[in-house]
Design a protein around this ligand. Structure first.
Ligand SMILES: *Cc1c(COP(=O)(O)O)cnc(C)c1O
Length: 426
């Protein structure tokens, strides 16, 4: 008998989980403990020397977290994963595996604002240098590569406008340069798009957004595709060189196609420390059980709201990749055939003041700085997230005075449309 490969919805409910062997608990328990008892002194020594897998201390791993990791790895089609305290922590830990002071990475210019800040400022203190490229012009990635380049970083569906990135074209540039492609898949989730199927070597998420999905827990995850040969050159010493932290073992040689996830845990997470709490891992796991149902509803609602906005007299333009009028529509058909996600921007007639008025007059939409909640969210970037920029910088960042960003929830679409209608009229 051949074993069936479970489908996405089945994996979302079951991957990584078993009834608790001691109590029979069916839902994954919250293992709210800092530390775990060793069987004996030999077991303890083997755990510390990486000769056996097991639990030591919740900063390095925890059984609730382990189920979350196995589940997201299964949904993304990766070999292994590491969950951490936030999406930003996932980025730091992933780059910590790859970069030493003086190294460079190439990043798409269209990114979550927090990532632009992290790369531009915080990383300078580590000697890690970002070089920007334009995801709408693949040649800019090729031109940005130097002998110091160690990775390429993009978002699958990109902030703030929900544009679609041509992952396969950028993966080809990464392969040619001999560097891994890292894809932040937060806005798509593996339900809409699986970057590994298109050539990504590492996939990151802010679990805070659609995977958790309910706006109640911060978390992040690193998924290892198991595709990159870390030992082909000596450019990735964290993975290929003997590690003094572990009696000189070489992580890639020892752990093969899940070495990146292991290094992220036993070097990055262990030493830098941004562990996810067992409670947050539990909340996010619960959210993932309904990921497919929610993402379909998020996307269907978004298309309906975007279509309605496009015909509204108070709206100047709508930028949603799921609309045939959109410049990314062909890429959306290719990469996100089930729907183009739930985050997009539109322009109100009347500029800055009209934008401020709109976010002040909504009743069902929440005016706040987040995305990927069951609830519909709205923000006027020019007066909030991007207020420190001058007008030209705002426009370049896709946050001009008239721009409003929505993250569409899973409410009834007619109620969302009615709320926007009354707020645009007010
Ligand atoms: C929110 C977000 C992040 C950062 O995640 P946190 O969980 O807030 O640290 C990174 N990338 C994208 C695309 C995001 O939306």
């Amino acid at each position: 008998m051949t074993e069936r490969t479970p489908g996405f919805a089945t994996l979302a409910v079951h991957a990584g989980a078993q009834p608790d062997p001691t109590t029979g608990a069916r839902a994954t328990p919250i293992y709210q403990t800092t530390s775990f008892v060793f069987n004996d002194a030999d077991h303890a020594a083997a755990l510390f020397g990486l000769q056996t897998f097991g639990n030591i201390y919740t900063r390095i791993g925890n059984p609730t977290q382990a189920v979350l990791e196995e589940r997201v790895a299964a949904l993304e089609g990766g070999t292994a994963a590491l969950a951490v305290a936030s999406g930003h922590a996932a980025q730091v830990i992933a780059f910590h595996n790859l970069l030493t002071p003086g190294d460079e990475f190439v990043a798409a210019r269209k990114l979550y604002g927090g990532s632009i800040n992290q790369f531009s400022h915080a990383y300078k203190n580590f000697g890690w240098n970002v070089v920007w490229a334009d995801p709408d012009d693949i040649s800019t990635f090729r031109k940005a590569i130097t002998p110091k380049t160690k990775a390429i970083f993009i978002e699958s569906i990109a902030n703030p406008g929900g544009s679609i990135t041509d992952i396969e074209a950028i993966a080809a540039v990464a392969r040619e340069a001999g560097v891994p492609l890292i894809v932040d898949n937060t806005l798509a989730s593996p339900y809409l798009l699986r970057p590994i199927d298109h050539g990504a070597d590492i996939v990151l998420h802010s679990l805070t957004k659609f995977l958790g999905g309910h706006g109640n827990s911060i978390g992040g995850i690193i998924v290892d595709a198991g595709t990159f040969d870390w030992s082909k050159t000596d450019r990735y010493p964290m993975l290929s060189a003997p590690r003094p932290e572990y009696h000189g073992i070489k992580l890639h040689e020892t752990f093969g196609n899940f070495a990146f996830a292991i290094a992220a845990r036993v070097l990055g997470l262990r030493d830098l420390g941004p562990a996810i709490s067992p409670f947050n891992a539990f909340q996010i796991l619960t959210g993932i059980e309904t990921l497919g149902l929610r993402m379909q509803k998020h996307s269907d609602n978004s298309k309906a709201v975007a279509e309605w906005l496009e015909s509204h007299p108070a709206v100047a333009w709508v930028n949603y990749a799921g609309l045939p009028s959109n410049k990314y529509y062909a890429l959306a058909r290719k990469y996100t055939p089930k729907g183009a996600g739930a985050v997009f921007t539109f322009g109100v007639r009347g500029g800055y003041d009209a934008g401020v008025k709109l976010v002040s007059n909504v009743k069902l939409f929440s005016h706040l700085a987040n995305i990927g909640d069951t609830r519909s969210l709205i923000i006027h970037p020019a007066s909030t997230t991007h207020s420190q920029l001058d007008d030209e910088q705002k426009t370049k960042a896709g946050a001009g005075p008239e721009v409003v960003r929505l993250s569409i929830g899973i409410e009834d679409k007619d109620d969302l449309i009615a709320d926007l209608d009354q707020a645009l009229r007010a």
